[in-house]
Every structure is written in C-alpha cells, then in structure tokens.
Design a protein around this ligand. Structure first.
Ligand SMILES: N[C@@H](CCC(=O)N[C@@H](CS)C(=O)NCC(=O)O)C(=O)O
Length: 210
C-alpha cells in the first residue's frame, strides 16, 4: 500500500496523524507516504487523476492497485486492518461518540477553516470570495462551542481518556487555522488547552509543521 499526501493540507494530515498515533501506540504499519505537490498542481496531472478523478488528497493505493479517495474511509479501513490500539473506541457507544465528535471537528471546524482560507488567501490560488469566507466564519463558533463544552469535564482527549480519530481531525484543523491565520478565540478554554497539549505529543510533533 501507499499513501499519497501533502504536508499541511488538512485531509492528508488527519490520516498522517492517525498513522503516527497508531504506530506510537504499538501498531506495525508499513505505509510509504508519497508527496503530490499541491502548490505545483500535481494533483490535477493525469497520473494523479488516474488515482483520484477528483484530483485531491489523500489517496490510499491498495496492493491490488485500486484506490480509496476519502480521508475518513481511509482511516476506517486502516483501523479495521489494525484494530489495536483502538482509535475509534472499544464499545458500540464509544465508537458512536468518537465518530460524532470527529464529524463535528471535520464539518464544523476543518471544513469551515478551509473555506475561510481558500476564500481569502488560497494557497491553491483560488479566487477570493468574501461571501463564502463570511458564511464560514459565522458557522465556526457553533462547532467550537460544542467541542469546548464536551471537553469541559477535563478529559485529556476529544472523546475521553485516549487519543482517537476526533483528535486527529481536530489537530489537523487547528494546524490549518494557524497556517492560514484563522484566529480561534481564546475563550474556548478547554479547546485551547487541548490544542497545546495535543501538539506537544511526540506523534503529533512528527507530523505537524504549524
Ligand atoms: N472529502 C475529501 C476532501 C479531500 C480534499 O479536499 N483534499 C484537499 C487537500 S486537504 C485537496 O487535495 N485539494 C486540492 C485541490 O482541490 O486541488 C477527503 O476527506 O479526503
């Protein structure tokens, strides 16, 4: 298998954080990571479009030559191949909670941060779109409030006592926000604290650049 990625880009980053956490937790996963340079537009070249017709990252190339082209599907596939340590949860309810928080982090934060950045100063050179930036900025606090409230019980990770896929998505979103200058208000105190603690983890340090 091979994983096609680009550093900083949030969807590849959440898969890379997931892999770093699994490996730090003892899983043996030999998965070469190959860079497709988004700044050079390599994702739109025929060789990459053959992997993913949307021209996006990440892509997981399987040993039979077929591809998985959605970050969450890639993570769920890897998790089923390597169940230990569990990064989605052990019980039915734990898994539902983890997936719920991961979706809130992804749709409520990562996606909105991406919309703000690409609508203001897109690293991919997309044209500015003030209306999109404004609507994404208006949506962001709702998800941050829900996540902050959930973490107000003092849990060290987004869904509880152990790192999981919600942490990977959230850390990727925070990194992209820093990279793109999207400010996260400090009054989300539990999130702010989590961000500092999560970033200091050795697994996160291997992946995060900002
Ligand atoms: N839903 C997809 C989104 C993938 C995506 O938007 N990837 C971005 C990087 S974070 C990308 O490759 N953008 C390049 C482009 O749009 O040209 C996933 O979760 O994997």
């Amino acid at each position: 298998m091979k994983l096609y990625i680009f550093p900083i880009a949030p969807n590849p980053t959440k898969v890379r954080l997931y892999l770093a956490e699994k490996i730090a937790g003892g899983a043996v996963i030999d998965l070469p990571q190959i860079m497709v340079d988004l700044r050079e537009g390599e994702q739109k070249r025929p060789e990459h479009l053959a992997r993913n017709p949307f021209g996006k990252l990440p892509v997981l190339e399987l040993d039979d030559g077929s591809h998985l082209i959605e970050s969450l599907a890639i993570i769920e596939y890897l998790e089923e191949c390597h169940p230990e340590p569990p990064m989605i949860g052990r019980t039915t309810l734990e898994r539902a909670r983890m997936r719920e928080l991961e979706r809130i982090a992804d749709l409520g934060m990562l996606l909105q941060v991406g919309r703000i950045i690409h609508a203001t100063k897109s690293p991919l050179g997309l044209p500015p779109n003030p209306g999109v930036a404004e609507s994404a900025r208006a949506m962001l606090p709702d998800a941050l409030r829900v996540l902050d409230d959930r973490m107000a019980d003092g849990r060290p990770f987004v869904a509880g006592a152990a790192p999981g896929i919600a942490d990977c998505t959230l850390a990727s979103a925070f990194q992209f926000a820093r990279f793109g200058g999207v400010e996260i208000p400090a009054d989300f105190q539990y999130l702010t604290r989590w961000d500092a603690a999560y970033r200091a983890r050795p697994a996160a340090q291997q992946v995060l650049l900002a």
